[in-house]
Design a protein around this ligand. Sequence first.
Ligand SMILES: [Zn+2]
Length: 325
Amino acid sequence: MILRKIYRNIPARQSLISALMMLSLAACAENTPETSPSFCAEIPRIDWAAYEKQTISNEWFHVYRLSKKLYAITEPFQWQEVISYLITGEEKALLFDSGNGLGDIRAIVDKITTLPVTVLASHSHIDHVGGHWQFDTVLAPDTPFTNNRAKGKNNAFVREEASSIALCKGLPTGVTVDNHHTKPFTPTMRVEDGSQIDLGGVTLEVLAIPGHTPDSIALLDHKSGRLFTGDSYYKGPIWLYADETDLAAYRSSIARLAALVPNLNAVHGAHNVPFSNPDELVKVRDGFEAVYTGHKTSDEKTKTQARYHFKSFGFILQANHEVTQ
Ligand SMILES: [Zn+2]
């Protein structure tokens, strides 16, 4: 469990360079730990410069407008570099993921829109459901994993996320490494594969894509050609390491996403940077196929992890994962 989170967001090929830079950081002036974690040297990642940072951004959340109806809410100073997306329609808004629960994401959302907001997670890992408790309308798949994670997680489970090795700057007021926990939430409506979420002029289809977790979903906006992929795809090393990860299911799910590419204009992953070219999904499908079938061997291996490097992404699997010929 402890190893699961370490530097998920650093492409392994960059980590050595980052390590050399870690003592010369000046990026996070206030409350900066004396020795910042290596990912801090990459912050802000260059991709964000393509978008206008919104003035409602605060010390913890940075907000960018990706289109007239779409906002990315990121937590750049915490090692997950998680991105929650607020998708607005004419009548409602949907918050796709709610972050770590370290900052007040509701306050940020309320500054973006006055529309009623529904929250839905790409999956129930702690860095995607942390702010769920702040919302009255919570959509969720009805899986045992989801329902278990909806009970919350105690400080022992999540404290590392609020520790100095995870942070480039101080925590939001009132949050400490000793009191941080994931608060429980109550699903108020269920979604499943094929569910349609109508926001008024914007309709999102839920795609069940188990693998990273049993309850992983993607959201597809057919009209705009936008696909929100959660942790099943983002730019960087993709974690397929947790005990709840199912590699055979991931293989099917990433193939399903790659098949959508001819109709896509944009892919929005849940970590690091907010936009990827849809063609990346084809590369990820093919790369994973090579890993899954044993045609690509690991580039780095420890007792617990096998890491596979590709140009703009990678995979981190358990070292003893099975290979299917
Ligand atoms: Zn995850």
